[in-house]
Design a protein around this ligand. Sequence first.
Ligand code: HEM
Length: 234
Amino acid sequence: MHVTNERPGGSMEAMTTWHPLRALWRSTVGKKALVAASGLILCLWVILHVAGNLTVFSGPEAADGYAASLRRVPAALWAVRIGLVVAAAVHVAGVVSLTRADRAARPRHQARGPRASTWAARSMRLGGALLLAFVIFHVLHLTFGVRLPGFLPGHVYANVVRGLHSPIMAGVYIGAALLLGLHLFHGLWAAMRSLGVWPDGAARRRRPAVAALSAAVALGFASVPLAVLAGWLR
Ligand code: HEM
């Protein structure tokens, strides 16, 4: 691919890059596409994760057996984990870079204040940052047993019940599930539009379906801490 770049100094510099991802990263439209594509990868994984979580309703054997089956091929597990970290890094770096470019391009008198960006965009950024903080805490908590006395590696059912039985901890997990639902609702819709998969009219018609999917994911995640709090899972 041949990319011509104009530098601020005014000199035209011809650069040849064979790396399509780097070329995408250099344009706003390309960066938006990378944010959208990485978001869709994370969304797909989140749907698989919530489906896996629901095995706790079939009892300890089903939940622990499901978790053990994921670890049966360590190379595949690590490939998925590395893929997730890369997708999350591209997603976050893309949003940060687009936000900076947006702020730099705005006239000075608009640089601050409530009109600085749309409500949806600002809540996506704040919600995304909170979700990132939750994921770091959550992996330390339920994968490594940090702040989880009696943690037993591989005993997913027991760890979930023990980890979520306090109302504060259950509240954190329920809050994260709701936040994720909101993030998916706006993010999925925006991603399909950024990638040009849904033109404007189709995107509007599919909003109820996106809302239903986001609500199902949020309720699926929230159902586990709610069931622990209610004493249905013990
Ligand atoms: C709210 C209810 C949730 C429950 C009950 C739950 C449960 C779990 C459990 C038990 C593990 C450890 C699995 C194992 O060691 O085999 C885990 C790992 C993980 N969870 Fe969740 N989770 C929840 C929500 C979420 C959300 C909302 C996200 C992301 C937005 C998320 C992201 C992750 C990640 C990244 C891992 C690490 C996966 C790995 O080790 O490969 N979880 N979760």
